[in-house]
Design a protein around this ligand. Structure first.
Ligand SMILES: Cc1cc2nc3c(=O)[nH]c(=O)nc-3n(C[C@H](O)[C@H](O)[C@H](O)COP(=O)(O)O)c2cc1C
Length: 158
């Protein structure tokens, strides 16, 4: 069974609701999922995950500082996360408000860790996005993404 971290920052609950749906999707594939706010993530335990998925509200087109703080602190494990699976999702206020660039800002960091990041051909290509609160379509996108991450982690985990 693969172990997956779904870490998020959420000030008004939109990204949190997406994180819950991503976690639900990963669990539907039998993964052991830790769903945690980024400030509750145990840095020591980071290399114990087969996949790490991070969610952030869009703040000026990039991830919120709280998520960046987690990533910056993860430098203590630089090299240890290579070959693990990574993913990202984001909630913004506006269409064209920068949710995709926010996802890419997170994925850039995960790629620098050497992680394997899936694209999505039929759906939100870079990872799930929501305008404000996730509706049922966005939640379905999130559960599908979580399931995809879990299957990929299963296939690449040693
Ligand atoms: C500091 C700050 C910066 C923001 N920047 C953007 C932005 O660039 N584009 C956008 O569409 N929404 C922006 N928003 C709105 C949030 O991304 C949006 O309300 C989001 O759904 C909040 O997610 P949460 O409920 O998980 O906190 C910003 C909000 C804040 C507080």
């Amino acid at each position: 069974m693969v172990k997956i971290l779904v870490g998020y920052f959420s000030n008004s609950g939109n990204t949190k609701a997406m994180a819950e749906a991503v976690a639900e999707g990963a669990r539907s594939e039998g993964a052991d999922v830790d769903l945690k706010s980024v400030e509750d993530v145990d840095m020591e335990g980071l290399p114990g995950y087969d996949a790490i998925v991070l969610g952030s509200p869009t703040y000026y087109g990039v991830m919120a500082a709280d998520v960046k703080d987690l990533i910056d602190r993860s430098v203590t494990h630089h090299g240890d996360l290579e070959g693990k699976v990574g993913g990202a999702f984001s909630s913004s206020a506006l269409i064209g408000g920068g949710n995709e660039t926010t996802i890419l800002s997170i994925l850039q960091a995960l790629l620098i860790h050497g992680m394997i990041v899936p694209g999505v051909a039929k759906g939100n290509h870079y990872g799930p996005v929501s305008i404000g609160q996730p509706d049922s379509d966005v939640k379905a996108e999130c559960t599908s993404y979580g399931a995809r991450i879990a299957r990929l982690a299963e296939s690449v985990s040693p």
